[in-house]
Design a protein around this ligand. Structure first.
Ligand code: SAH
Length: 505
C-alpha cells in the first residue's frame, strides 16, 4: 500500500509578543493544525487559536528545559507531516528574520513536504511602533539595517563587518545583541562611529512588561554589562532614535507594567482580561470559584413547570440567567414560557445576559445590590405578588427576607452551584508570594472568601480591588487592606477604581 501524501507545514511568524499582532492568515492556518511546534518567543496565548485537540509542543527555552536542536526541529516537522498531520510551526517575530527559516525550508524541500510561509511583525517594527523608537526618519535616517549581535556562532555564521556597519548611513538594529554589546559597541566606535550616537534598548517590545532605555552608543557597553539586561531585547543605534515625534501611546497606558489577577470563573474571565490588557496590564487568571449545574436540579425544574404561577422572575447574576434559560430550553420550552411574567435583574451584567437571550428587564435598581432590588420590588411584594428568585447555591438571603417581609410570596430556585477552588496554579501562588502580582481582583463576596482561603497571607503582598463595599468587607474582616473599591458595583466599575488608584500612586 502506498503511504498517504504528506500534510503541509505552515511556518508562521508569531509576532513580537502582543497576541493581537498575529496575521489573519497565521491565525487561520494555526486553527487548521494537528500539531503546533512553537518557539519560546511565540506568546503561548496564541495557542488559543489552535484546535482544542491539537498537539502542542514548546521547543524549549534557554535555561528552562531542553532546547531542541535545529535537526530535531526539522525531524519533528517532517515526521508529523509524513504521518498525515498538518503542522503549524510558530516562530517569534517574523520567521524570515534571524529565524533560521532557510534551514527549515531546505529540509522540507528535500523531504518533499508542501509548506507555506506566513510573515509576522518583527521585533524591530514592534519596538518602533510600541516604544516610539523610529527606524527611519525623513531627516535622520533614510535606511535601516537588521544586524545579528551574536558572533559566537562564528564557525558557521558570517562574521560581522563592524567597520562597514560603522559607516552605514542609517539606523542599526541589533537582534540577539545583549551579550555581545560590550564587544560590538566599542568596536563600532573604534571604527569611527560617534560615541554620542543615540541608542535605545527595548526589552519585551509590545508586551505589558515592555521596558525601554534611551542611551548612547558610548554607554551601551556599560548599560549592557553582563547580567544587567536579560533577553529578549533589541538595541537600536542611530540618529533616528533621538528624532522628535517619537510615539508614546503605549507607555501612556494607565496600567502598563502592572500585573493583575482575575479571579472569576474561567468562562467569565475573558472580558475582564481583554479590558485590563487594553489598559496596558498583564492579566493573569486564577478562578477562585467554579460554577456548575445544581447538585439537585429538581426544585429548578419544578419551578419551571409552574412558571405561570409567578408574577416575577428575579435574577441576581448573569450566571443565573444563563443556567435558568438553559434549563428552560432543556425542558422543551422556549422564551414564550416567560410571556406572562415580569423580569427583574440586579445590575447591568445581568441585564446584558438577558438581552443576549432576547429578553428585557422590567426592573433594574439604580444601585446594584440586593437591598436596592428588594426596594424596587417592594410595591409588587406589598400587593402580594409571587416571586421566583433564581439564585446560586450560596448567596445572601436578603432578597428572600425583604420581599417576604413586604408581603410577597417568594420561591427560591438554585440555578447553579458555586464551589470554591481549593488549589491555585503553583505558578500563580508563587508569583503572588513573591510579590510579583500588583493587584488581585475580587468580583464577588464568594470569590473574596475563597481568595482568603486559597492564598492566605500572600494577599498581604499585593493590592486588593473589590467590586463593592460588601465584598471589600469580606477582605477587611480577614485583616486585609483593600486599595480600591468600585463605585459602580460592576466589573467595569472595579477596573475603573483599580486604574484610578494605580494612577494616583
Ligand atoms: N524572528 C524574530 C527574531 C528572532 S532572534 C523577529 O523577527 O523578531 C531573537 C531576538 O529577537 C532576540 O534576541 C531579541 O533581540 C529579538 N526579539 C524578539 N522579540 C522581541 C521583543 N518582543 N522585544 C525585543 N526584542 C525581541
Amino acid at each position: 500500500m502506498s503511504s498517504p501524501p504528506p500534510s503541509p507545514v505552515y511556518l508562521i511568524g508569531a509576532g513580537p509578543g502582543d497576541p493581537g499582532l498575529l496575521t489573519l492568515r497565521g491565525r487561520d492556518l494555526l486553527a487548521r493544525a494537528d500539531v503546533v511546534l512553537y518557539d519560546y518567543l511565540a506568546n503561548p496565548r496564541l495557542l488559543e487559536h489552535a484546535r482544542a485537540d491539537a498537539e502542542l509542543t514548546c521547543l524549549g527555552r534557554h535555561g528552562q528545559g531542553r532546547l531542541l536542536g535545529q535537526d530535531e526541529v526539522n525531524a519533528a516537522m517532517i515526521a508529523a507531516a509524513r504521518s498525515g498531520r498538518t503542522v503549524a510551526r510558530l516562530k517569534g517575530g517574523d520567521c524570515t528574520i534571524f529565524g533560521r527559516l532557510a534551514e527549515e525550508v531546505a529540509a522540507l524541500e528535500a523531504a518533499g513536504i508542501p509548506y507555506e510561509v506566513v510573515p509576522g511583525v518583527t521585533a524591530a517594527a514592534a519596538a518602533s511602533a510600541y516604544a516610539g523608537v523610529p527606524l527611519t526618519h525623513r531627516d535622520a535616517a533614510s535606511c535601516v539595517a537588521f544586524v545579528t549581535g551574536q558572533q559566537s556562532d562564528a564557525k558557521t555564521g558570517a562574521p560581522l563587518d563592524l567597520a562597514a556597519l560603522a559607516r552605514f548611513p542609517g539606523t542599526l538594529v541589533f537582534y540577539m545583541g545583549v551579550t555581545g554589546a560590550p564587544r560590538w559597541a566599542p568596536e563600532l566606535i573604534t571604527h569611527g562611529k560617534s560615541a554620542a550616537t543615540p541608542a535605545a534598548i527595548v526589552r519585551h517590545a509590545s508586551l505589558p512588561q515592555q521596558w525601554i532605555k534611551q542611551t548612547t552608543l558610548g554607554e551601551l557597553a556599560n548599560e549592557l554589562a553582563p547580567g544587567k539586561v536579560r533577553p529578549p531585547a533589541i538595541i537600536v543605534v542611530g540618529d533616528a532614535v533621538a528624532a522628535s515625534g517619537a510615539s508614546r501611546w503605549f507607555a501612556r497606558r494607565p496600567l502598563l507594567g502592572q500585573t493583575v489577577l482575575v479571579t472569576r470563573p474561567a468562562h467569565q474571565a475573558a472580558g475582564m482580561v481583554a479590558q485590563l490588557e487594553e489598559l496596558g496590564a498583564r492579566a493573569l487568571v486564577q478562578p477562585a470559584i467554579e460554577i456548575g449545574p445544581p447538585a439537585d436540579p429538581a426544585p429548578l425544574h419544578a419551578a419551571i413547570e409552574r412558571l405561570g404561577d409567578f408574577h416575577w422572575v428575579v435574577f441576581s447574576s448573569a450566571n443565573g440567567v444563563a443556567y435558568f434559560l438553559d434549563a428552560l430550553q432543556a425542558s422543551g420550552r422556549d422564551l414564550r414560557a416567560l410571556g406572562g411574567v415580569k423580569l427583574a435583574a440586579i445590575g447591568p451584567a445581568t441585564v446584558a445576559a438577558l438581552a443576549q437571550r432576547g429578553l428585557a428587564a422590567d426592573v433594574q435598581p439604580d444601585e446594584y445590590r440586593a437591598e436596592q432590588l428588594a426596594t424596587a420590588l417592594e410595591p409588587a411584594a406589598a400587593a402580594g405578588e409571587h416571586f421566583l428568585l433564581v439564585r446560586a447555591s450560596r448567596g445572601r438571603e436578603t432578597l428572600h427576607d425583604d420581599l417576604t417581609a413586604a408581603g410577597g410570596s417568594v420561591t427560591q430556585a438554585v440555578a447553579y452551584e458555586s464551589r470554591d477552588v481549593t488549589a491555585a496554579e503553583p505558578t500563580i501562588a508563587e508569583q503572588l508570594a513573591a510579590g510579583e502580582i500588583d493587584w488581585v481582583t475580587a468580583t464577588s463576596s464568594a470569590i473574596a472568601r475563597s481568595l482568603v482561603a486559597l492564598f492566605g497571607d500572600s494577599l498581604h503582598r499585593t493590592k486588593l480591588a473589590a467590586i463593592s463595599p460588601l465584598t471589600a468587607g469580606v477582605l477587611t474582616d480577614a485583616g486585609l487592606d483593600v486599595a480600591a473599591v468600585a463605585e459602580q458595583y460592576t466589573s467595569d466599575g472595579l477596573i475603573e477604581a483599580l486604574a484610578a488608584s494605580a494612577a494616583a500612586e
